[in-house]
Design a protein around this ligand. Structure first.
Ligand code: TXA
Ligand code: MG
Length: 317
């Protein structure tokens, strides 16, 4: 059920049920991070492999000791600069966090989400919330309560409705290896903005056999419809003559027949605006019975890098 009642959300969590919560990035599937029974339900519902760890959400940086030990100096600077907000940090976990949450690793991914409803909920709980994005494994992340409802209608008693997500892209993930800060996932905070605080980052935002952050799996964030990514959308369209085509464009429409569906993400050319619209536009295009979605590659700076990363993973077969 879609609701705005915090009491219902809290009651469900106290029963070790899982609920959907809004955040500024995407909606999450949340449960008590200290209780294995709750965490297991998250993995089951999401059909997520157990090796892929979850992000734990806390109410403020002051609650870090509830999940982590040994916070590096750079992590303190980043927490100060970006929390509440779309920055996740991978830190050494404490003994209260079950291995199930962390995929057996001795580290835990943690963030303070910047959404008033969810911050109020967290403040009312005496446990942190483990929450991956509220989509079945590998599919497009949800940026509205309606998206979550479409995925999990019958399986969630509470979908806490906090409106459309302001950022629209998952959090940026940073880890610390031998005291060097490493980017594990491009996200809603641009690399440039993090480097302005702590200097150059190491970059590991790629696919690996045993991925550092399995959000980095090569194929991810994918619509069911075939999708291609191109600098030259008109050129790419030629390969799909007489097919039902949808276009996912940055700033402006291209000249094409009326039968071609066009989604323009930001007419003003604003990358943050485009990020906010990206997944909703992908969800819409994916429900039109198209034969192909052609996405335009973004300028590779700031949030454009994150958008290109998501589009690239969405087109992988
Ligand atoms: O914006 C977000 O981060 C959203 C909202 C709900 O907070 N959550 C989200 O969760 O995107 P999810 O599960 O879709 O992605 C979590 C990512 C995965 O790529 C996972 O591998 C990585 O975090 N991760 C979690 N724990 C980790 C750890 N200990 N070390 C490295 N990566 C970790
Ligand atoms: Mg996800």
């Amino acid at each position: 059920m879609i609701t705005t009642h915090l009491e219902q959300a809290k009651a469900a969590l106290l029963r070790d049920d899982i609920i959907a919560i809004p955040t500024e990035t995407v909606y999450g599937l949340a449960g008590n991070a200290y209780h294995e029974v709750a965490v297991e339900k998250i993995f089951k519902l999401k059909q997520r492999p157990f090796y892929n760890p979850l992000i734990v959400h806390i109410s403020s940086a002051a609650a870090l000791a509830e999940v982590a030990v040994e916070v590096p100096a750079q992590a303190k600077i980043l927490a100060q600069a970006f929390w509440p907000g779309p920055l996740t940090m991978v830190l050494k976990k404490n003994e209260r966090i079950p291995a199930l949450v962390t995929g057996g690793k001795d580290t835990v991914a943690v963030r303070v989400p910047n959404h008033p409803l969810t911050l109020s909920l967290l403040a009312a709980l005496d446990f942190p919330l483990a929450a991956p994005s509220a989509n079945p494994f590998g599919s497009i992340s949800p940026t509205s309560a309606a998206h979550v409802d479409a995925y999990f209608k019958d399986d969630l008693e509470v979908i806490l409705d906090g409106g459309t997500c302001e950022r629209g892209l998952e959090s940026t993930i940073i880890g610390f290896e031998e005291d060097k800060a490493i980017l594990y996932r491009l996200g809603a905070i641009a690399v440039e903005d993090i480097e302005a605080k702590i200097g150059k980052l190491g970059i590991k935002n790629k696919s690996e056999q045993a991925p550092e952050a399995p959000g980095m799996l090569l194929k991810h964030y994918s619509p069911a419809t075939d999708m291609v990514l191109s600098e030259d959308v008109l050129g790419a369209m030629q390969a799909f003559e007489r097919k039902k085509i949808g276009l996912l464009l940055f700033q402006q429409e291209v000249e094409a027949g009326d039968e071609v569906v066009q989604e323009v993400l930001s007419p003003s050319g604003d990358l943050a605006g485009a990020a906010k619209e990206l997944y909703a536009a992908m969800h819409r295009l994916d429900h039109l019975g198209l034969e192909v979605i052609i996405a335009e590659r973004f300028p590779d700076v700031g949030l454009g890098r994150t958008i290109n990363d998501r589009l690239q993973r969405a087109v992988e077969k």
